[in-house]
Write a protein that binds this ligand. Structure first.
Ligand code: C2E
Ligand code: CA
Ligand code: CA
Ligand code: CA
Length: 275
């Protein structure tokens, strides 16, 4: 039994080693990925709930490695944050997204994700301003998304940065609202233009009355604070109908369109089903 246990421990250690090695390999590859043009962007449509009209697109980063294929963002973004590579990567995303949107024939808004590390960079607003000037994108077409966790890391600095960004004419959305770190104080303190309701609410809203009650309360809160709410992760007609009845302004999710490449007139390929 002892030998078997030792064997298992060795196996476990070998696995840990393997995991650490592959993390190091992943981190090293990340630093080169921008230069080697291994990143591209997908766009996911955002629509008005009652009319189905397109209101904008969320920009989602994709990494295709020559050997490993498509690496999911949840595998490499936390690592990119840890090793600092998120700074050049984030700047690439912003520039590529603004350039792309500036070339569209229709003036849709784009929503770009920002990580906590970027938010902690005191030059962030200056970088955003420079990229807008360089690409010629109307600042009113750019929205930056950030999670509450990212904001509360350094509240004083975040508030200063968000004010600078808003002064450029760029809008701010709070992402994944209602899960993880969540406090009404954040809504009171920070100048958000949009609340993005986490997709876990959509998964549950059809089946649990608690989720529906919370959804209703958040929508009421949004209305009284005059902040529009976008529901994420809408996968079914039933969910969309619930949102419509409850008076949610905007939605995003597989039912309204999967993330994908985009054409010059702002249509996502493959064709977006009409809402
Ligand atoms: P997120 O910001 O919450 O983005 C939405 C995620 O939900 C995307 O996953 C999207 O593909 C997925 N999604 C959209 N509709 C549905 C649906 O109806 N059902 C389900 N199950 N999922 C849906 P993705 O593209 O894998 O991105 C995962 C996360 O990676 C994002 O979550 C965001 O936190 C991060 N991320 C992606 N791009 C960037 C980026 O450029 N910069 C930073 N800092 N983070 C990014
Ligand atoms: Ca997001
Ligand atoms: Ca989200
Ligand atoms: Ca998320």
């Amino acid at each position: 039994a002892k030998a078997a246990l030792r064997e298992r421990i060795c196996f476990y250690e070998a696995e840990m080693d393997e995991a650490a090695r592959s993390r190091r390999a992943l981190a090293a590859a990340l630093w080169e990925a921008v230069e080697r043009e291994q990143f591209h962007l997908d766009f996911q449509v955002q629509r008005n709930v009652s009319s189905g009209e397109v209101t904008g697109f969320e920009v989602l980063l994709r990494w295709r490695h020559p050997d490993w294929g498509l690496v999911p963002p949840m595998r490499f973004i936390p690592l990119a944050e840890e090793c600092g590579a998120i700074v050049p990567i984030g700047e690439w995303v912003l520039r590529a997204a603004c350039r792309e949107a500036a070339s569209w024939t229709r003036p849709y808004k784009i929503a770009v994700n920002l990580s906590a590390v970027q938010l902690g960079d005191e030059h962030l607003a200056a970088h955003v301003g420079a990229i807008l000037a360089e690409t010629g994108l109307d600042p009113r077409r750019l929205e930056l998304e950030m999670t509450e966790t990212a904001i509360v890391t350094d509240k004083v600095r975040s508030l200063r940065t968000l004010r600078q960004i808003k002064a450029l004419g760029v809008s701010i959305a709070i992402d994944d609202f209602g899960v993880g770190y969540s406090s009404l104080d954040t809504l009171r303190t920070f100048p958000f233009d949009k609340i993005k309701l986490d997709r876990s609410f959509m998964t549950e809203v059809e089946h649990t009355p608690e989720s529906k009650a919370i959804l209703r309360a958040i929508l009421a809160l949004g209305r009284s604070l005059n902040i529009p709410v976008l529901a994420e992760g809408v996968e079914t007609r039933v969910q969309l109908d619930i949102l419509d009845v409850e008076g949610c302004t905007e939605a995003q999710g597989y039912f309204l369109g999967r993330p994908g490449p985009i054409t010059a007139d702002g249509a996502v390929r493959p064709a977006v089903p009409s809402a």
